[in-house]
Design a protein. Structure first.
Length: 420
């Protein structure tokens, strides 16, 4: 059986590996010049760095298991960095029950109430949460203070005007899945994707990068994938692309299917990365709860991994999720630098633009599904009405947020379904 896998991210590569291990012939088609999808890296000196900040949690057992299988587990480093919140012009550490108890922007009773609600979300399954929005639940059980100070700024930064409609099960998963310790693959997660490519090829699979998919159709009883490099006839097709993109590529999908599953909205990811000649903060992940910032999060990667790994560079991500037609998604890097850098001085008044020695900028569409309360009703099944066409993407890992771990689990389910 010959299977075409559309998309060379962690989901597509894992599915391709499992299919190849079972004896299928696989061809992976990836538009970019390297594998990895949204988690792909670029070279900073001798090592890889992700275009969009990445780490894993202790609960990400599928990802941990895959690094072991690929012989990379000795490079998986666990740290418990400081994770602050910037609120009313001050930086406050907020990454554990103890730091929550010491969080001065909230009253003691608000801290205790929020801590109890967080413990509930961590310990219990999301029974009875489906169809309910997160924002009213947070205000009711954590209180208006925690919502106003912490959760409302975070939801609005991530989802914009739809913040009040975000599903409670998604919020449950965000709290439930996280751990104090964070894992990072020393040298970059790109090593996972490169190793997956090696193993797939060793099993006879074909990885074609720099190839765009133009159409998927059934012709004379076989699936044919038309690409920028010519047609590819196969028996099965697994699309790991967003449902809206899959529907656009497969004209044989019926209209009622498109109406239900090529649905909803997604934001794009935007990251400006700067290298500085000195440390900017003492934290790793800083949520911005003050208004007026042009970025929603500041991630100082070299407070998780040593700057020495990157030739002494201190590496900082300034990240956003935005609508794909937002002006930021089309802006030139120099204009974004001019817009972003003055705001860093609000966090560290000593900062000077002369500290910046290098910069990079990346953007990607369909990076964050907008998980409103009716999201679950629009999650596509693995099978489609077109015989031989399957789809599995991060849009189907709900209630969990998009991430490598849940993409791996879904990839293995998809491969098993195709083989059955």
């Amino acid at each position: 059986m010959h299977v075409a896998v559309l998309g060379g991210g962690i989901l597509g590569l894992t599915a391709a590996l499992r299919l190849a291990q079972a004896g299928a012939r696989v061809t992976v088609l990836e538009r970019e010049t390297e594998a990895g999808g949204l988690a792909a890296g670029f070279r900073v000196g001798p090592v890889w760095l992700e275009k969009f900040y990445h780490h894993i949690f202790r609960s990400d057992r599928a990802m941990i298991r895959l690094t072991e299988e690929l012989g990379l587990d000795d490079r998986l480093i666990w740290q418990a960095p400081r994770n602050p919140t910037f609120y009313q012009g001050e930086t406050h550490r907020l990454d554990s029950p103890l730091t929550l108890l010491r969080f001065p922007p909230l009253r003691l009773d608000e801290r205790l109430r929020m801590g109890a609600a967080m413990a509930y979300l961590r310990l219990l399954p999301p029974l009875g949460m489906e169809g309910k929005p997160a924002a009213p639940w947070i205000r009711r059980w954590m209180g208006s203070g925690p919502y106003r100070v912490l959760w409302e700024p975070a939801l609005r930064a991530k989802f914009g005007p739809l913040a009040e409609e975000i599903a409670l099960p998604w919020f449950w998963a965000r709290v439930h899945d996280r751990s104090v310790e964070l894992g990072y693959l020393r040298g970059g997660f790109q090593q996972v994707y490169e190793r997956l490519v090696e193993q797939i090829r060793a099993l006879g699979g074909d990885i074609r990068t720099g190839v765009s998919v133009e159409r998927v159709a059934c012709e004379s009883g076989r699936m044919v994938v038309n690409t920028s490099a010519g047609p590819l006839p196969v028996e099965r097709v697994l699309s790991t692309l967003p449902p809206r993109v899959t529907s656009a590529l497969a004209p044989e999908l019926p209209e009622d299917y498109r109406t239900r599953y090529a649905w909803g909205q997604a934001y794009g990811a935007h990251c400006l990365i700067i290298a500085t000649d000195r440390r900017l903060t003492d934290g790793y992940w800083m949520n911005i709860s003050d208004p007026g910032f042009p970025f929603m999060v500041l991630v100082e990667h070299t407070n998780l991994m040593p700057a020495g790994d990157y030739g002494g560079r201190h590496l900082i991500y300034l990240g956003n999720y935005r609508a794909m037609d937002d002006p930021l998604m089309q802006a030139e890097k120099e204009d974004v630098l001019a817009q972003f850098l003055p705001h860093i001085s609000r966090i560290n008044p000593a900062f000077r633009p002369e500290w910046v020695t290098e910069s990079w900028m990346f953007r990607a569409p369909y990076a964050q599904p907008i998980v409103t309360v009716d999201y679950r009703d629009h999650i596509p099944p693995l099978d489609t009405p077109v015989a031989g066409l399957y789809q599995a993407s991060m849009f189907q890992v709900y209630p969990h947020d998009r991430g490598q771990n849940y993409s791996i689990l879904l990839a293995e389910q998809a491969a098993s379904r195709i083989l059955s």
